[in-house]
Design a protein around this ligand. Structure first.
Ligand code: ZN
Ligand code: ZN
Length: 183
């Protein structure tokens, strides 16, 4: 398994991320709001899309700095959104359960990028700020990949090695939602 490395801006948090995954651009408002929390709008494409790579969590390993991790929710039904609190770097989305093999990392802080797959889908186009000239793919192959990863993790027991959760299934970091803006 070959990996790339996700690193926060200050270098305190690092994770090995598998280079086998689905690389996408998501135009939903929540993904955009997540990076806006950190003033990171320069990583969005002109239509407001976030570049993400969806990988199997059991192939992710944190190599340092997990004490700096926090997670937030922008809506109660939405995913857990993980970030490095040391320097305010948005990192990844997961679901609140280990049963579904889903971790979606921000591509922006992954290196090297030339080992990553090409973008295979642009999703949630209705949330785009402007017309996306090159629609690509759909959510269905992503759902298929998600189911495939989940089934594999159930068969191999890999779901228990999800590094975002401890052996009891509790998140390894505390929840810290964005503070209400003071305008
Ligand atoms: Zn940092
Ligand atoms: Zn999204």
């Amino acid at each position: 398994m070959s990996h790339a490395t996700w690193t926060c801006h200050c270098g305190s948090v690092a994770a090995n991320v598998p280079v086998t995954g689905k690389r996408i651009v998501c135009y939903c408002k929540s993904c955009r709001a997540f990076v806006e929390q950190f003033g990171e709008t320069d990583r969005l494409d002109p239509a407001g899309g976030s570049e993400l790579i969806q990988v199997a969590p059991d192939k992710v390993s944190f190599t340092k700095g997990t004490e700096h991790l926090r997670w937030m929710k922008l809506t109660e039904k939405g995913p857990m959104r993980w970030y490095a609190a040391c320097c305010g770097t948005p990192m990844a989305n997961t679901l609140p359960t280990r049963a579904v093999a889903f971790a979606s990392f921000q591509v922006h802080d992954i290196a090297p990028k030339d080992t990553l797959p090409a973008v295979s889908a642009r999703v949630h186009l209705k949330g785009a700020l402007e017309r996306v000239e090159e629609p690509l793919g759909s959510v269905w192959p992503l759902m298929g990949a998600l189911i495939g990863r989940s089934v594999e993790s159930w068969v191999t027991g890999g779901w228990k090695r999800n590094p975002f959760f401890d052996s009891a299934g509790k998140p390894i970091a505390t929840r810290e939602d964005p503070r209400p803006s003071t305008g």
